[in-house]
Design a protein around this ligand. Structure first.
Ligand SMILES: [Fe+2]
Ligand SMILES: [Fe+2]
Length: 263
């Protein structure tokens, strides 16, 4: 199986470049499965049900999120729309699994593509992040329940040390561990010795003439003044950042990871 994973889609610029360039990425890489982190799809902050539908309509199979998942409250209703249908679009939108117990939504999706079973897991780190549960022990518990051999993990975290540790921790137990959240791609993509594809951060799909997606003047002003400020999506230098992971259908082991940046 070949999996295309698109990093944090930021605002309209991010959504537009996915719409414009996904067809040619499909042609060039023939992915069986397309996954994308969409926590910043709505002007940088969260995702709304219509935007989720818009992205699913582009042929994204599963979407992950992160700390921004609740920024648009309407997404709670969307999670509730899944209502017992294990494969509805609403069920294929994930939020980090290791948040407080009982919250709406799911952090794991198990499905099939071309008769091959796969699982997508979304977890969030703890270093410089919210007060979520320990992702290390939490992922152990999740993996006990997952039946698929192909297990794709979006680890939404800030600190490189926590992300690199998580990759090593899951080596041989996940097909891929890819980092999201920092919006800056790292050049450390590799297949770890026991067959887990790893990258510390896939990078943002959005405007790079910015501070991680936001108009740079607004962020600089906030650093200078310490005052709360309105943050708006930037527009310039839009790039799509992604990785392609290739793995064995029977064992789930990764054989290759390629980093992509499309302008
Ligand atoms: Fe993000
Ligand atoms: Fe984030």
């Amino acid at each position: 199986m070949k999996i295309l994973f698109i990093g944090d889609i930021f605002g309209r610029p991010g959504r537009t470049i996915v719409k414009d360039r996904l067809p040619e990425l499909r042609k060039a890489h023939s992915p069986d499965l397309v996954i994308a982190n969409c926590e910043n799809a709505a002007a940088g902050f969260g995702i709304t049900p219509p935007l989720a539908e818009e992205l699913f309509d582009l042929g994204i199979d599963v979407m992950t999120t992160g700390n921004h998942v609740w920024d648009k409250r309407e997404i709670i209703d969307y999670f509730q729309m899944a209502d017992g249908n294990p494969h509805s679009p609403a069920r294929r939108l994930l939020r980090p699994a290791n948040l407080s117990p009982g919250l709406p939504g799911w952090g794991v999706y198990e499905g099939q593509k071309n008769s091959v079973a796969y699982a997508v897991l979304n977890l969030q780190g703890r270093v410089f992040m919210g007060s979520n549960d320990d992702p290390f022990r939490y992922v152990d518990r999740l993996l006990e329940q997952v039946k698929a051999k192909i297990v794709f993990v979006d680890f939404h975290a800030e600190a490189t040390s926590e992300k690199v540790s998580f990759g090593w921790y899951l080596d041989g137990r996940a097909t891929a561990v890819v980092g999201t959240h920092t919006h800056i791609p790292t050049a450390d993509e590799t297949v770890l010795p026991k067959g887990t594809a790893y990258i510390t951060d896939v990078g943002m799909t959005g405007p790079y003439d910015s501070v991680i997606g936001v108009k740079k003047e607004q962020v600089i002003e906030r650093f200078l003044s310490g005052m709360p400020a309105r943050f708006e999506s930037a527009i310039g230098d839009v790039r799509l950042c992604a990785v392609v992971v290739e793995c064995n259908d029977q064992t789930g082991r990764a054989s290759r990871i390629e980093r992509l940046m499309v302008r």
